[in-house]
Design a protein around this ligand. Structure first.
Ligand code: GSH
Length: 212
């Protein structure tokens, strides 16, 4: 049995980008059924939850008798287990793994820094001064990603866990028009988000917030 953790509620700016979305999407692509453990701030601090996710964050995954944390590790685990998100041949799997890490490490870091400025520190003087540099840092990576993607539909051959992860990272910029500056990236994001598995994952995350 698979169980993931997700938040009972987050403010509107975070709805549809909370990182359990990646895991839900991967599970949907893999055709794996799962339960959801909805948590709130008291759970995040509880010894019980901290034993499963040392940082009190979502998501975590319980897979039978073991538990995992970190969305990248969880998506990789699901991809390895199902085959639905990874190519069959070793070289393709290695490249898809590179794209998962590129999304998390090379793209998400500057994107998250910009998001933190915009959502948490916008009124601070230091944030106003830092923002143009943070925007440029993101553009550097978006330009490079756009150049790599070119006319391709996906980052490396068929849709893979690397595309899944990259799409969820690009979504963090949805409060800006930065992705729109690269028409091939925007089309790529839309192509990936049009997948029924993504749509189901998004609906399911949002449904929890609607229930409150
Ligand atoms: N690197 C972690 C980050 C997880 C993360 O930042 N989760 C957020 C929700 S999207 C969270 O739980 N935030 C609450 C907190 O950090 O206390 C991962 O990818 O799983």
């Amino acid at each position: 049995m698979l169980t993931i953790s997700a938040f009972q509620y987050v403010p509107p700016f975070a709805q549809g980008v909370v990182r359990d979305l990646r895991v839900r999407w991967a599970l949907e692509e893999a055709g794996l059924l799962y339960d959801v453990r909805l948590i709130g701030p008291p759970d995040q601090r509880s010894p019980d939850y901290l034993a499963l996710q040392p940082f009190g964050q979502v998501p975590m995954l319980q897979d039978g008798d073991f538990t995992m944390f970190e969305s990248g590790a969880i998506v990789l685990h699901i991809a390895q287990r199902s085959g639905a998100l990874f190519p069959r041949e070793e070289a393709g799997r290695a490249r898809a793994t590179s794209w998962i890490f590129a999304a998390l490490n090379t793209l998400e870091v500057p994107i998250q820094q910009l998001a933190a400025i915009d959502f948490f520190y916008a009124e601070e003087e230091w944030a106003k001064q830092r923002r143009p540099g943070a925007v440029e840092d993101v553009h550097v990576r978006l330009r490079q990603l756009s150049a790599w993607l070119g006319e391709r539909d996906y980052l490396d051959g068929a849709f893979s866990a690397g595309d899944l992860m990259m799409t969820t990272v690009l979504r963090i910029l949805r409060h800006t028009t930065m992705v729109e500056a690269y028409p091939n990236l925007k089309a790529y994001q839309q192509r990936c988000e049009a997948r029924p598995a993504f749509q189901k994952a998004l609906r399911d995350q949002m449904a929890a917030f609607e229930r409150g």
